[in-house]
Ligand binder design. Sequence first.
Ligand code: KIV
Ligand code: ZN
Length: 514
Amino acid sequence: MSQPEPEPRRIAIFDTTLRDGEQSPGVALTAAGKLQIARTLDALRVDVIEAGFAAASSGDFAAIRAIAGAVEHATVCSLARCKESDIRAAAEAVAPARRRRVHTFIAASPIHRRHKLNMTPAQVLKALRQGVALAAELCPEVEFSAEDATRTEPEFLAEAALAAVEAGARIVNIPDTVGYTTPAEYRELLAGLRRVLPSHVVLSVHCHDDLGMAVANSLAGVLGGAGQVECTLNGLGERAGNAALEEVVMALRTRHDVFGADTAIRAAGLCEASALASRLSGFAVPPNKAVVGANAFAHESGIHQHGMIGHRSTYEIMRAGDVGADSRLTLGKLSGRHAMQHRLRALGIVMADAQAERVFARMKAAADAGTPIDDDALRAMARAEAQAQPAEIADLQVTAADSRHTVRLKVRRGSGQGQGKGTARTAAKAIARAVARALGLEFRLESCRTGEQALGDGTAWVAEAAIKTAQGRFHGQAQGAAEHEAIAHAIAHAAAVLGGSPRRGSVERTARHA
Ligand code: KIV
Ligand code: ZN
């Protein structure tokens, strides 16, 4: 008999963008900005929002209170040293929240005890017992952090953690305050603590990125038994930052096979939340940033693009849409014909192979010269190529009967020639249908204006036409000896950017709707 799948472990996401993130040198969020980020985090369904450090300033206190009053789902938390005034301020600041927590901390490592606190281990234990006990009196939920835990004697760390639990902490956080630990070491540390702490206690990880291991260490902590990960949007935080929330969440989700754990995060909001944090903090998201960077789902080299056109899974391990991003084939000097044709088609531009080959050559030359190949640049190249070989209208015949016009015409471009027929109430619409048919394109005439103009001894007709495709509106202008001829040329001109290759024998399959 097959065993039922074990339930995935639910990992709580504790976001500290508004506290540790705001401690990044150069970041100063306004009260309104903090509230906006808090609402976004709540919509993402983070479990805990650390809204600030209430005792730090009256501004911080007011911002935490405003967030506590506004957040609907998440627990709102304030940081506090193991100091009576800090703890009272934190408890008061989070009081309006539906779910609230005081997060109190004291440094535990010998370096911090000696050079920062000037306290003995016994004094640290006494202070943390008093601090946690007061916090538990004032707030239903208390988290304790042993600052610089990864450089603390493991026996003393366990003693401090047990003391905090006895005094009323339900969550014990093991911060890698200076980003010093390694995944294997941290996993072992967490697993050791897991063995000595009662099962109702949630172990938490909080990792800094000084050696670029914050996310890896946090995930190792999860493997060691942590049930909460502290992290920030875009990895904002002191010095090199904290573990990035979006990376932790997507690593747990994508490698469920390894971690057997998941979060409650609505990942489709990750890119938007990241963009907001970036805009309000003034810290740009690097294009190559995992999960939320502009290039995280962009493919430029020809080999990769070819793979991606074959199947997304060749070069993407997550679906872009799952994090609110778009997968893109970007064009550059390493891109191949497939990707360019793919993009042209997405822009509604249909080209014969020979013509597309010339656009490809133009694109490569421009990319080699350092020109970014965005959609506008590609459209301009396609237009230039189409205009280098304009579509010529020939054998235009317009007949009218029973208030309908029927148009037959031929279109020549380069060595290709096609013919088309169109029927409609107006001659201009019938001409547009015939031109579209002859070029193998799909568009409809949106507007057409004509007028006579003096030209030398005689007159000429001038026409302006606008056509509409799924990709947008295109305009063309032309002259002709007769009105219908001017219209046909203006429409062919408007359609030039769409390329199109003349089709032989397409007359019989002409569309007939009004
Ligand atoms: O990095 C750290 O140790 C902290 C604690 C206050 C949790 O931010
Ligand atoms: Zn920190």
